[in-house]
Design a protein around this ligand. Structure first.
Ligand SMILES: C[S@@+](CC[C@H](N)C(=O)[O-])C[C@H]1O[C@@H](n2cnc3c(N)ncnc32)[C@H](O)[C@@H]1O
Length: 276
């Protein structure tokens, strides 16, 4: 059970924190290639309505605006300080708390939410909202981190410190990077979505990789909380940060589950599938 004490961004990962921008930039460098590869499969058409929820620094929103030139992209964020249109006329930025602020039903053809739902204690309800905001025939794409690859990491200290970071996120903000990502595809099916697709990506942590940059910044940010955990001390954290900078160190980073599904174009389509 989570003894959660704060929301994402209250203290941990507040956009005003030193290096938070750099951390989000390195996360984008890890994830954008897979995200955009999957989004390329969405047929572009005039007037396509796209929603990028919790857009962060907006790399995916801007890619959408360029790739779907005839579409309209709405990028939302709780904290919009890093999120700008950069002159894209088919891109709108909107401050929006996905746990409190709504959209009308069926008003988007594509909805993408990355590294968001796993951090929200109300994640299951918000997933239901995303499905409701999706128009019939529309595509939902959710991406969330999974700790399974960290459990399989070879280096004992790196593994303990990394799993410690996951523990801090669960206890402080209620992040679920265990059951939630692995159950996402099933949840899509249970919500009536069809054509479910799952892609799992495990990036490598080694000197100079985007995942090493992201994970170093994350561990540095969490270090004050990590040293409070039983079995982790300051030298374990320093060892882990050093190892990630050394040529020759190669281990597994946090995995990402990427799930897509389509809302049936008419009510019958999904029901027929459920009876197969
Ligand atoms: C790990 S970052 C991911 C950013 C972006 N989706 C990406 O993958 O690059 C999580 C983002 O979710 C935003 N966020 C957290 N809670 C939110 C909420 N309730 N509503 C909207 N955005 C939220 C944060 O401000 C942060 O930018």
């Amino acid at each position: 059970m989570s003894g959660r004490t704060e929301r994402y961004g209250d203290v941990l990962f507040n956009h005003a924190a030193p290096n938070e921008r750099a951390c989000l930039d390195s996360l984008g460098a890890v994830l954008d290639p897979t995200t955009t590869d999957v989004l390329k499969a969405v047929p572009g058409q005039r007037g396509l309505r796209l929603l990028e929820v919790a857009a962060g620094t907006g790399t995916v929103a801007r890619w959408m605006a360029v790739h779907f030139t005839e579409g309209r992209v709405t990028a939302t964020e709780l904290d919009t300080r890093f999120l700008h249109t950069h002159g894209h006329r088919n891109l709108t930025v909107q401050r929006h708390d996905v746990t409190r602020d709504g959209f009308p039903a069926a008003c988007f053809d594509v909805i993408h939410a990355r590294y968001l739902l796993s951090h929200l204690p109300s994640r299951a309800r918000v997933l239901g909202d995303l499905v409701r905001w999706l128009a019939p025939g529309g595509t939902l794409m959710v991406e969330d981190p999974s700790l399974f690859s960290l459990r399989a990491a070879r280096d004992d200290t790196y593994r303990r410190v990394s799993l410690g970071a996951v523990h801090v996120l669960r206890s402080r903000i209620g992040t679920d990077s265990d059951e939630w990502p692995t159950s996402l595809a099933e949840r899509f099916t249970n919500r009536g979505l069809t054509d479910i697709n799952l892609r799992v990506m495990v990036p490598t942590v080694s000197c100079g990789t985007p995942m090493a940059a992201f994970w170093k910044l994350t561990l540095e940010h969490l270090a004050p909380a990590l040293v409070e955990l039983p079995g982790i001390n300051r030298s374990d954290i320093l060892y882990t940060l050093d190892r990630m900078s050394l040529p020759g160190f190669v281990d597994l980073g946090m995995a990402t589950y990427t799930v897509t599904g389509r809302k049936p174009a008419n009510g019958l389509e999904g029901k027929e599938c459920q009876h197969q």
